[in-house]
Write a protein that binds this ligand. Structure first.
Ligand code: NDP
Length: 245
């Protein structure tokens, strides 16, 4: 299906994992993608993966920077003012209990996961509203609702996206701009690669489908939201049944 021919997509965290899988899915559907992340080498590798898609759009681009910096977004809008689909996937996980987490790490998690998404939306919503068309997809997490030991800051940053989307849907719908969250459970990416074997076994025992999801399965959900004109203001859970227990 080539439903995204002629569409311009901007994907933060597009160099790896879920963001890259979404960019690849969108590129295969004919979209032109701009990727944002902090490391140039992995962005270049990601662009060469997208270039292998045998679709019309081949002018995929990247921008190096931190989504928590306002200057990055000013640069992004200058480079690419017209974006039909914005995917906020850049994210940072938490590695310790609150008492052991340095203040700088707290700032980084909140800046990336929450502020980065708010900035991206703020900078691109205006142009989408003018065009009377747009779609914003935020990659949240089931931890936003379940919480988790050692995930307090991460969960708080993702839970903030819930209130953000619930509010933005009221501001954006009159301009035909849709905004949704995807809430993945455990997905096989670099972010989950460091989970130790006993924690992994424990997680698996709580997933009815008995496995972690793949980034391309999350990309399928993003594609569904990108092409479903009547879905807005929702949280789409993709967790193998984890939260249904
Ligand atoms: P990865 O660690 O594989 O990829 C993270 C991506 O975000 C990379 O491209 C990274 O590139 C980029 N990134 C991180 N911080 C910043 C920043 N400050 N500014 C710009 N880019 C940044 O993670 P996943 O693909 O697993 O995660 C993607 C999203 O999905 C995240 O928001 C995560 O919280 C969420 N999620 C993941 C789950 C999982 O099980 N994997 C479960 C639930 C939610 P670089 O380092 O070069 O900046």
């Amino acid at each position: 299906m080539l439903n995204l021919i002629g569409r311009s997509c901007l994907i933060t965290g597009g160099s790896k994992g879920i963001g890259l899988a979404i960019a690849n899915r969108f590129a295969q559907a004919g979209a032109t993608c701009t990727l944002i992340a902090r490391h140039e080498e992995s962005l270049k590798d990601a662009i060469s993966i997208l270039a292998k898609c045998e679709q019309q759009a081949q002018d995929h681009r990247f921008l190096v920077g931190d989504v928590g910096d306002k200057e990055l977004w000013e640069q992004a809008v200058k480079m690419n003012p017209k974006v039909d689909i914005l995917v906020n996937s850049a994210g940072q996980s938490q590695t310790s209990l609150l008492l052991r987490t340095p203040i700088d790490e707290i700032d980084d998690i909140v800046r990336t996961n929450l502020l980065g998404t708010i900035y991206g939306t703020k900078f691109y919503f205006k142009e989408m509203a003018r065009a009377r068309r747009g779609c914003i997809i935020n990659i949240s997490s089931i931890l936003a609702s379940t919480g988790g030991e050692g995930s307090s800051i991460y969960a708080a940053s993702k839970a903030g996206l819930h209130g953000f989307v619930r509010s933005m849907v009221k501001e954006a719908s009159r301009f035909n701009v849709r905004i949704n969250n995807i809430l993945p459970g455990y997905i096989e990416t670099e972010m989950t690669a460091t989970i130790n074997s006993s924690a992994r076994a424990n997680a698996l025992s709580q997933i009815p489908l008995g496995r972690f999801g793949t980034a391309s399965e999350v990309a399928d959900a993003a594609y569904y939201l990108a092409t479903s004109d009547y879905i807005t203001g929702t949280d789409l859970v993709i967790d193998g049944g984890y939260t249904s227990r």
